[in-house]
Design a protein around this ligand. Structure first.
Ligand SMILES: [Zn+2]
Length: 349
């Protein structure tokens, strides 16, 4: 049994390990560490990251499975883990996509160019960096050892959607932190759960084919044939009827580093409206409000008020100032005064 957050002091604070629809999420460095939220898509061998702060907790296996990284902005505590990702991606052929505010390609290229790549030839890690600029998104290819940025084009963004796939979509909103900051919404259209007892009953081994099955169902391709390993091919519909429980879609929102301004509140409340889970920064207590406005961060009270106004189901406040390291319960208590449904979570040792 995990002790309630309010009874804990010191350390990194809660990591909020939980499930959101078809994904499991964990705030790898806890509420006091650099922002780094890992979202693992179940049965997909694939992970997404929201921000990329210090990343020593990222394993090589996890790094190979990261397809997309969503950066809020390039302040060091949000991007310092890139060098670890870069190192762990040596030998990985497929590109890793990185999204963020204008200027991100130069930030990534600068970090890549800080290394001597004379041994890598054309096998250096590849990044497709997309800069979100209001209604458009422009993408550049950055490859270790190549030395130049290759523009891949620009396209219009419809309704804030920067990435749309069968299993999920990512919507982005630009906020202000005296520099542009992007908040993201991870939206799953519908949740499909595999009935494990049925797999056993039908002697089917779990594997990547379950992910393929889910994609077919979500795309409505119910006549598509799927062959589980060691079994005969069946239609997606037949397998779905036997194995899949369908549940409504869900939404998780990630937002950090924003000033408490009417426009930021309005944009974020609109993005987070009705979210199942909101990760939102809660940097200072009310007593340190002057510091919050000088650095363009939210107080615990503002964090709770935004969650309340957006009518989210669960709130995971994070990015606490280290000045409260011995008293995270003080921050949590102020959030709860405005929004009671704050998540409890497993603490890092
Ligand atoms: Zn910042």
């Amino acid at each position: 049994m995990v002790p309630p957050v309010a009874n804990r002091g010191m350390g990194h604070g809660p990591v909020y390990a939980t499930r959101v629809g078809q994904a499991s999420v964990v705030l790898l460095n806890g509420v006091f560490g650099d922002p780094l939220l890992r979202v693992r898509l179940r049965d997909q061998r694939r992970s997404l990251l929201f921000d990329l702060g210090e990343a020593t907790r990222l394993s090589g296996k996890a790094a190979h499975q990261i397809s997309d990284v969503f950066i809020s902005h390039a302040h060091i505590d949000h991007i310092a883990g890139f060098l670890r990702l870069l190192r762990l991606r040596i030998g990985v052929i497929h590109p890793c996509r990185i999204y963020g505010p204008p200027g991100l390609s130069a930030n990534i290229k600068g970090l890549v160019d800080g290394i001597l790549w004379d041994r890598v030839g054309l096998r250096g890690p590849v990044f497709e960096v997309s800069e979100i600029r209001g209604d458009t998104i422009s993408t550049n290819r950055v490859q270790a050892g190549v030395g130049v940025v290759e523009p891949l084009g620009e396209k219009q963004i419809d309704d804030g959607i920067v990435l749309e796939e069968g299993l999920f979509a990512i919507r982005a909103t630009m906020l202000d932190h005296k520099t542009p900051v992007i908040a993201y919404s991870f939206e799953q259209p519908e949740t499909l759960n595999i009935r494990k007892e049925k797999l056993v009953e039908l002697s089917l081994a779990p594997g990547k084919w379950l992910g393929d099955l889910k994609v077919k169902i979500l795309r409505g391709e119910m006549d598509a044939m799927i062959t589980p390993p060691g079994a005969k091919a069946r239609t997606a519909k037949e397998l779905a009827d036997d194995l899949v429980l369908r549940a409504p879609g869900c939404k998780m929102v990630y937002a950090t580093d924003l000033g408490d301004t009417p426009q930021n509140r309005e944009r974020l409340i609109s993005l987070a409206n009705g979210a199942d889970l909101l990760f939102l920064e809660s940097v200072f207590t009310q007593a340190d409000m002057a510091r919050a406005s000088a650095t363009q961060h939210l107080t615990a009270r503002a964090c709770g008020q935004i969650a309340q106004a957006a009518k989210v189901k669960r709130l995971a406040p994070f990015h606490f100032s280290r000045r409260y390291e011995n008293a995270p319960e003080q921050v949590m208590a102020e959030v709860r005064e405005e929004f009671p449904t704050v998540m409890a979570g497993r603490d890092l040792p």
